[in-house]
Design a protein around this ligand. Structure first.
Ligand code: NAP
Ligand code: HSE
Length: 436
């Protein structure tokens, strides 16, 4: 059979990894796909730049636009990133009847609805396994392997950069900026690393996971997003002392009132498997009504781990290229005309438990004032401890763990606690999930 011809947009971390993996495992991949998969042409922004892989046998063309227009290209692989040029190129590729493989979660979270509608109308596939959790085949698992289930919730460590930073800060006591620079050097971070550390990349991925889990449209604008930049070493340490680890978790949950869609640092009991996922590794916990909890673990970023997912999509698309479009797995797992309009819950309406750290004057009655505020707002305290004051200090740290309560009540409690004359600094709040 004639080889399938691929046009590659982007020769950076993932583009180079894709060339390398396809080349190294060419024979095995061909035996699986039923025909050779060949990178026919590629493009990048700066064609004079030295590349991490040999480009021998690949035609390098001046612009990405050439590739999406070429009649000899069957599949366009978009590994540029961002949502401007990438959107335009992907839509043009689809309009030209090409299948698309992309690792671009920002593009799909923001423009997925438009892109999938175009692809559906044109009868082409858009495959995106690499867009969520790097090398973990989580899209295939949810869309196909768990298709019998009503998914109840998903909680994931789905940003390698953040998990790497939190692990290195906790284990080695290294400063935030130093670890971030190393994550950039290793090719884990986004072009603008603020996207990682502010939680936006996790929110892009969570948007995609929620869409395929619940059959809802992509709704990135409704995700509550809080990154890791405000976390301090002292909170990582206190959490550890209480038997928890702090992780950046993307969480989506079906409730009677709507769907929770939130990204924030989270205390997770240290005895949970997911709490022990360290470094660039990712993990996604999916709870289905029939199967119960399932945990998917693997490398969440980096050249070859991500290429593993890109190449898997290439094989899938190659196998299905000649099939009737109506018989393919729907892009978002559910038939496009059967999507649900379940509302996304406002953050004030979600329910979870909380870690609160207060800086308090070391005076009689301070704790009584704080606990009275909690009681007035029906917030039940699970644990409370006060660090002894240091030599010559008149302020102490007080840490409170609450039972599950509505976020609106915690917000009100924090406002009132911060209004006490005995609380001289803002209250630190980190959410806590048992993930059972
Ligand atoms: P990268 O290293 O920055 O590479 C981006 C590539 O795109 C570069 O080769 C760049 O060219 C090229 N490019 C940029 N604008 C272009 C344009 N207008 N036309 C043609 N080429 C253009 O990025 P990456 O880390 O490989 O990430 C690529 C995509 O994969 C992103 O969507 C990212 O979110 C996603 N992703 C990355 C990882 C990871 O671990 N890195 C994991 C999963 C998903 P120059 O080299 O000439 O500048
Ligand atoms: N910057 C992303 C991360 C790349 O660190 O997880 C993988 O999507």
């Amino acid at each position: 059979m004639k080889p399938i011809q691929v046009g590659l947009l982007g020769l950076g971390t993932v583009g180079s990894g894709t060339i390398e993996v396809l080349r190294r495992n060419r024979e095995e991949i061909s035996r699986r796909a039923g025909r050779d998969i060949v990178i026919k042409a590629a493009s990048a922004r700066d064609l004079t730049k030295e590349r991490k892989v040999s480009l021998e046998g690949i035609e390098i063309v001046p612009t990405a636009g050439h590739i999406v227009a070429r009649p000899d290209i069957d599949i366009v692989v978009e590994l540029i990133g961002g949502d401007t040029a990438a959107r335009e190129l992907v839509l043009r590729a689809i309009d030209n009847g090409k299948h698309v493989v992309t690792a671009n979660k920002a593009l799909l979270a923001l423009h997925g609805t438009e892109i999938f509608a175009h692809a559906h109308a044109k009868g082409v596939m858009v495959a995106f396994e690499a867009a969520v959790a790097g090398g973990i085949p989580i899209i295939k698992a949810i869309r196909e392997g768990l298709t019998a289930n009503r998914i109840e919730w998903i909680a994931g460590i789905i940003n390698g950069t953040c998990n790497y930073i939190l692990s290195e800060m906790r284990d080695k006591g290294l400063p935030f900026d130093m670890v971030l620079a190393e994550a950039q050097r290793l090719g884990y971070a986004e072009a603008d690393p603020a996207t990682d550390i502010e939680g936006v990349d996790t929110a892009h991925k969570l948007t995609i996971l929620a869409a395929i889990a619940f059959g809802i449209p992509m709704q990135f604008d409704k995700v509550y997003v809080e990154g890791i930049t405000k976390l301090t070493a002292i909170d990582l340490k206190y959490a550890e002392g209480l038997g928890y680890r702090i992780k950046l978790i993307g969480l989506t949950r079906r409730t009677g009132k709507g769907i929770e869609l939130r990204v924030h640092p989270t205390l997770v009991p240290a005895r949970r498997l997911i709490a022990n996922v360290e470094g660039v590794m990712n993990a996604v916990l999916v709870n289905g009504d029939a199967v119960g909890p399932t945990l998917f673990y693997g490398r969440g970023a980096g050249a070859e781990a991500t290429a593993s997912a890109v190449v898997a999509d290439l094989v899938d698309v190659t196998r299905m290229a000649t099939s009737d479009p109506e018989h393919r797995v729907p892009h978002l797992a559910f038939q496009p005309d059967r999507l649900s309009d379940a509302p996304i819950l406002a953050m004030e309406d979600i329910e979870t438990a909380y870690y609160l750290r207060l800086r308090a004057l070391d005076r009689p009655g301070v704790l009584a004032d704080v606990t009275r505020i909690c009681a007035d707002l029906s917030i039940s305290i699970d644990a409370i401890f006060q660090k002894e004051a240091g030599e010559g200090e008149d302020q102490v740290d007080v840490v409170i763990l609450t039972h599950r309560t509505v976020e609106r009540n915690i917000n009100a409690a924090i406002r009132r606690i911060e209004g006490l004359s005995t609380i001289p600094a803002p209250v630190v709040r980190v959410r806590l999930e048992e993930l059972l």
